[in-house]
Design a protein around this ligand. Structure first.
Ligand SMILES: *Cc1c(COP(=O)(O)O)cnc(C)c1O
Length: 362
């Protein structure tokens, strides 16, 4: 077995012990005589799997009782529609404010415009999304049904380090690429949602954490499958949930708890990012194009300033076992996604490789 250091932005690296546990249980789960994949979602055994996954996630993220945890499908992108469909009549104004901090925030905003009166209250598009937009709270609408941000901008490598103050307006956050990477105070959010494939498990599961007073306000046109209240009442099992993906997510949650939880992951992630950014700051060849105070802990972007050199670097890195370092097709350059599963050793070795590449390309 020859596993590489996989810096993919998503689907991305999973902890080896999680994969090995899944492998061990693949054909026969416990005493069941069958694979989790072959199990009825209505069975006692599967109920234990999904309820334990939820309980472990609640413990990891310190999720209060008045929040529901849903395991849905459709990816984070489905939430771009599901959020407005469910919230735009919460206070009957049909208004929502968005901060445009990158491609995914922009897509979410565009989708919401199909359903209501959507205002972009801040944007960093003009800066090529190289920073979190500076905002002016006076521009926020006090009667909006919700306020939307993308917490960590996977493509550009930026993250919010403080939250906009939205008063009574519920804050909705896309936390797809930062869930479980650092501690968040869930009570600050009306909804936090995440596709699983960045930091949790295989693609196919979307986690939605929603404050219970936000249930039950869906627009009439909302498809049953996209109604949060329906899914909440049925414990995410109105229909067949993505059973195997939820099981895998549960294995990751168990693993994280065994590692000391999110607090421990946050400390590791800060140190991992520090090693990479410190190198980028001293390098004469590579640099990180993001405003320093907005640097992501999960996705570090870097460029040489020369597209041919970038390509040569990606090629050499791949050959040396550091894979998926090519930046998103919309921005070019390089990006190292360093989610929870990436060990510090992977970053130390990557930095050593980059140093050597720099020395060889003077
Ligand atoms: C990857 C990603 C998405 C898109 O996720 P899908 O599950 O592919 O729809 C949305 N938002 C953020 C922040 C992401 O990182």
């Amino acid at each position: 077995m020859n596993r590489v250091y996989n810096f993919s932005a998503g689907p991305s690296m999973l902890p080896l012990s999680v994969l090995e546990k899944a492998q061990k249980e693949l054909v026969c789960y416990g005493e069941s005589g069958m694979s989790v994949m072959e199990m009825s979602h209505r069975s006692k055994m599967y109920e234990e799997i999904i309820f334990k996954a939820e309980a472990d996630l609640r413990q990891l993220m310190n999720i209060p009782e008045n929040y529901k945890v849903l395991f849905l499908q459709g990816g984070a992108s489905m939430q771009f529609a599901q959020v407005p469909l469910n919230l735009l009549s919460a206070y009957q104004t049909g208004k929502a404010d968005y901060i445009n901090s990158g491609n995914f925030a922009n897509l979410a905003m565009k989708e919401a415009k199909r359903y209501g009166d959507i205002k972009e209250v801040a944007s960093s598009k003009a800066q090529g999304y190289s920073q979190i937009p500076d905002w002016d709270e006076k521009k926020f609408r006090a009667d909006a049904d919700y306020f939307y941000i993308c917490m960590n901008n996977t493509i550009y490598g930026t993250r919010f380090t403080k939250l906009p103050q939205t008063g009574n307006v519920p804050l909705v956050a896309d936390i797809s690429s930062c869930i479980l990477s650092q501690e968040y105070d869930i009570t600050k959010f009306g909804i936090a949602f995440a596709g699983a494939q960045k930091n949790v498990g295989p693609a196919g599961v979307t986690i939605v954490i929603i404050r219970d007073d936000l249930l039950g306000h869906a627009l009439d046109i909302t498809p049953t499958m996209l109604n949060y209240q329906v899914m909440a009442e049925k414990d995410s099992m109105y229909n067949t949930p993505p059973t195997y993906g939820i099981y895998m997510a549960g294995l990751t949650f168990e693993y994280l708890l065994s590692q000391g939880g999110v607090k421990a992951m946050e400390q590791r992630n800060i140190e991992k990012a520090r090693i990479l950014y410190d190198f980028l700051d001293e390098s004469k060849l590579f640099h990180n194009p993001v405003r320093k105070c907005d640097r992501s802990l999960m996705n570090a972007t870097f460029v040489t300033g020369d597209a041919d050199k970038d390509a040569a670097f990606v090629k050499a890195a791949t050959a040396a076992g550091f894979v998926n370092l090519k930046g998103h097709r919309s921005v070019g350059g390089m990006r190292a996604s360093i989610y929870n599963a990436m060990p510090e050793e992977g970053i130390v070795k990557l930095v050593a490789f980059m140093k050597q590449f720099e020395a060889d390309n003077k």
